[in-house]
Design a protein. Structure first.
Length: 177
């Protein structure tokens, strides 16, 4: 199945991540370094003296609904932070606030998942959910994410999982346990 990706650059996302690390951690944080591009996913790593090495992979949706809505920068991530003993942390970031105390529904094949929302980010409820999500993402072709904005707009994002496994291998190699 061929996916048509909306014209978006991860450059904005990377600048935001680097700025976030710099602001929250003035201990000489490095800008994220590209580990590789793997079809629809990209893998990155950066280090700083306080939190150590962080490796993450990211992708933007290939389709966003509704069409005539400004979704802002939407991207999915999987992150490893070995020093904090965090592995396979799955998150979804959007360019607007989610409805307060709402959930995001995810479908990968026939596997359903739920995430809780906090402002403009959705997170798994626990580490076990993160692990299950990553297993499903590695085995799947696409991921459908549905949620609701603070304004009440129901949104849907379709992510291609093409390249997910190779990007995952890259961040796992760069951030070993």
């Amino acid at each position: 199945m061929k996916f048509e990706r909306p014209v978006r650059s991860l450059h904005t996302i990377l600048i935001a991540l680097a700025a976030m690390v710099f602001v929250t951690n003035t201990a000489l944080a490095q800008a994220p370094k590209l580990l590789g591009k793997y079809k629809d996913w990209e893998a990155y790593a950066f280090s700083d003296k306080k939190t150590g090495k962080t490796c993450f992979m990211t992708s933007t949706p290939v389709n966003m609904k509704p069409d005539k809505v400004n979704h802002g920068d939407v991207y999915g991530m999987v992150t490893h932070r070995p020093k904090a003993k965090i592995r396979n942390e799955v998150s979804l970031n959007v360019g607007y606030p989610f409805k307060a105390r709402s959930e995001v529904s995810i479908s990968i094949g026939k596997s359903p998942f739920k995430m809780y929302t906090s402002v403009d980010t959705a997170w798994s409820y626990d580490e076990a959910d993160d692990q299950k999500l990553v297993v499903a993402m590695r085995a799947g072709d696409e991921m459908i994410v549905q949620g609701q904005s603070k304004r009440g707009t129901r949104v849907s994002y379709r992510f291609s999982l093409s390249g997910f496994t190779n990007a995952y291998k890259a961040i796992s190699k760069a951030c070993k346990k």
